[in-house]
Write a protein that binds this ligand. Sequence first.
Ligand code: PLP
Length: 423
Amino acid sequence: MPHESSSNSLSAFEHLESNVRSYSRSFPVVFRKAAGANLEDENGFVFIDFLSGAGALNYGHNDPDLLKAVTEYLKSEGIIHGLDMATPAKREFMEYFDETILRPRGLTYKFQFPGPTGANAVEAALKLARKITGRHSVISFTNGFHGVSLGALAVTGNRHYRDAAGVPPAGTVFMPYDGYWGVNNDSSEYLAKVLADASSGLDLPAAIILETVQGEGGINPASKGWLQSLERLCRQNGILLIVDDIQAGCGRTGNFFSFEFADLSPDIVVLSKSLSGCGLPLSLLLLKPNLDVWRPGEHSGTFRGNNLALVTATAALRKYWTNTTLSAEVTKTGNFIGEHLGQIAQNRDPRFSVRGRGMMLGLDCGVGKLAEKIVRRSFKGGLVVERCGSEDQVIKVLPPLTIDRVTLQRGLDILDKSVHDSV
Ligand code: PLP
């Protein structure tokens, strides 16, 4: 039965919560509980979740093994808040991450726990890159999204967010991302030329920051060749390579890190969103050991390395990352979704196109208004899905990696019907 919202249940949010709220406008119900890929509202209506907390719930809502780990920890009177004091939860996470994720991939990094959000990690990465190199500017890319605190906002392209900054978001040079000028135009060649030309006007940057698949920017996947060219340029010019794996990491594209397919070895990796495995706030910088030039306490914060989140993060690694089952499943399911989206595009409107990698996929509707209509209809039909891209013209399909086929098919059917009814 299509869902009808009851405006009464939302009146507290409309009267008491700031105008800045956004998702509660797109999905105007009060969500009460959730399990796996299902979200239930206060009236007992169950929605299928293709939003996954904007990438923070790769393993779905309330994974029972992660809940068990955190419940046991709470019962044990383990440390919940400890600033950045040493705790068994942090030790176990670092050792286990090193053993299951880094060493098998031949990677060596030190861990820095900044404040709990993705933007906190981006801020720390940019600050560190500037400190190491003594340089000021950073290269970011068209349609890049790295957060909305001032430093992170400065490397974010979207005008909607930049206009709200209140001060000029400075210190960034934007370069064209892979494919920005069409498939036959390799924008890394342009970057190589301006870096080599002493009169190009481009000051040598401290770092290049990039997403290997742009999430908020419209689901734009970069090619292996382009990413490798950028890494080469970084090495040749003494520029640090920062990969923002906040949305594309933790298995979203198949491998744990989104850059593995291109054999990159970034100087700094930033992770957040699905790192804790169950939506608890946690973010992390991985630094090449020689880059760890911080003086003690130089970059600080009250909520660093949330112990509850570290417990669930370790439990998530234990459950999903000790073998390749999840990775293989993501590739298979991603292909399945991609084929369905391709069919929707082909059957409903030939102007539509499909992009992405793994289970990070987008249906580009060309026009924001049309994508909005489809997403609204989808919600009425019982599917939670959001939009992205410079004009919000791309429907971002981001179900939990663990979604079962029946639920996934139901979600895709709702989307298909919504497209059919909207075009
Ligand atoms: N970087 C990327 C790639 C993101 O997708 C996001 C959030 O969507 C961020 C950074 C910012 O993370 P947060 O919203 O937790 O500050």
